[in-house]
Design a protein around this ligand. Structure first.
Ligand code: FES
Length: 103
């Protein structure tokens, strides 16, 4: 397990999703309030970028922009069809103002 610096933590706005490419992994990072969530960026249904989708802060979910399955940011699981498989979930942490993801 290795920590990778993504950006300064205050670069992401509340409710924003952003894609990062880290060590061969495509990762969608979402900020909800002071919490940062990281999941695999490739939708498990058809490989679209989840970071381009809508953030549902109240549901702690990220919606695929193509067919609208919503992925829970804590578990990676979709809550609706057509996606049926979860996406990976990664640990995030803030150290010295830097947002990091653990892979
Ligand atoms: S590509 Fe994401 S739900 Fe179809």
């Amino acid at each position: 397990m290795t920590s990778h610096i993504l950006c300064a933590s205050d670069e992401l706005r509340d409710g924003e999703a952003r894609r990062f490419d880290v060590d061969g992994h495509r990762i969608a990072v979402v900020r909800i309030g002071d919490l940062y969530h990281a999941v695999g960026d490739r939708c498990s249904h058809a490989n679209y970028s989840l970071a381009d989708g809508q953030v549902w802060s109240e549901d702690c979910a990220l919606e695929c922009p193509k067919h609208y399955s919503k992925f829970n940011l804590l578990t990676g699981s979709p809550d609706s069809f057509p996606a049926t498989q979860p996406v990976p979930v990664y640990e995030t942490k803030i150290e010295s103002g830097q947002l990091k993801v653990v892979i």
